[in-house]
Design a protein around this ligand. Structure first.
Ligand SMILES: Nc1nc2c(c(=O)[nH]1)N[C@H]1C(S)=C(S)[C@@H](COP(=O)(O)O)O[C@H]1N2
Ligand SMILES: [Mo]
Length: 200
């Protein structure tokens, strides 16, 4: 089986004229930003659930989740605190792939992601239904480092990175918007880096 890497770093063209969003500084480092440290992960008891406005609620063990169809993409990463990291290679399951397995109800309009550290973040459904929104377990060809959300995190290259839950273990389809951890603390609901939607 050949592994091909899909380059999606040109997605900025949909949002702005420059790859680097306004007010951002490019860095080659990969800082760690966590609200409360790195939570423990036990591959034996880890369970990933898909709940809410779906035809079929789903649950996966860590082994089952890694058997889902996966892709590898080269993406950019934009942190709301002002740094951007280009050309991150992530491997994982795309959001639309998972959504199709569950069958999304017609009245679903938002999605709440949650992580093992009780982090939450909400995005409109149409902002999740993109091939670049990944549940990623590999970074640059290695298992995603624990501090960066390993075993599994969401990446949202078209939105500030707080929209990507690290240590993600739950996705809930919602019939009305809710607010997650940072959205409740003054950060933008929409978080489009090319419009500098940092605060609400
Ligand atoms: N579960 C969880 N996910 C999270 C966070 C967190 O504290 N907990 N921080 C968010 C923020 S503010 C950012 S900028 C990115 C940071 O990802 P990194 O630590 O890999 O750079 O993760 C986001 N996802
Ligand atoms: Mo952040």
């Amino acid at each position: 089986m050949t592994m091909t890497t899909q380059d999606v770093t040109d997605l900025y063209e949909e949002f702005g004229s420059d790859r680097l969003p306004p007010g951002q500084r490019e860095t080659s480092k990969f800082p760690v930003l966590s609200k409360s440290g790195t939570p423990p992960f036990d591959p034996e008891t880890w369970e990933f659930t898909v709940t809410g406005a779906v035809d079929e609620e789903l649950s996966f063990t860590w082994e089952e989740f890694q058997d889902l169809p996966s892709v590898t993409q080269k993406q950019d990463f934009h942190c709301v605190t002002g740094w951007s990291k280009f050309d991150c290679e992530f491997t994982g399951v795309s959001f639309p792939t998972l959504a199709e397995l569950a069958g999304v109800d017609d009245d679903a309009c938002h999605v709440m992601f949650s992580g093992l550290d009780d982090y939450t973040t909400d995005l409109p459904l149409d902002q999740c239904m993109r091939e670049e929104v990944l549940f990623a377990w590999d970074f640059d060809g290695e298992p995603l480092p624990r501090d960066h959300g390993g075993p599994l995190r969401v990446v949202t290259p078209h939105r500030y990175a707080y929209k990507g839950a690290k240590w993600v273990d739950g996705v809930e389809f919602l019939t009305e918007p809710e607010r997650g951890y940072w959205e409740l603390r003054g950060y933008s609901d929409s978080a489009n880096p090319w419009n500098e939607e940092r605060y609400s």
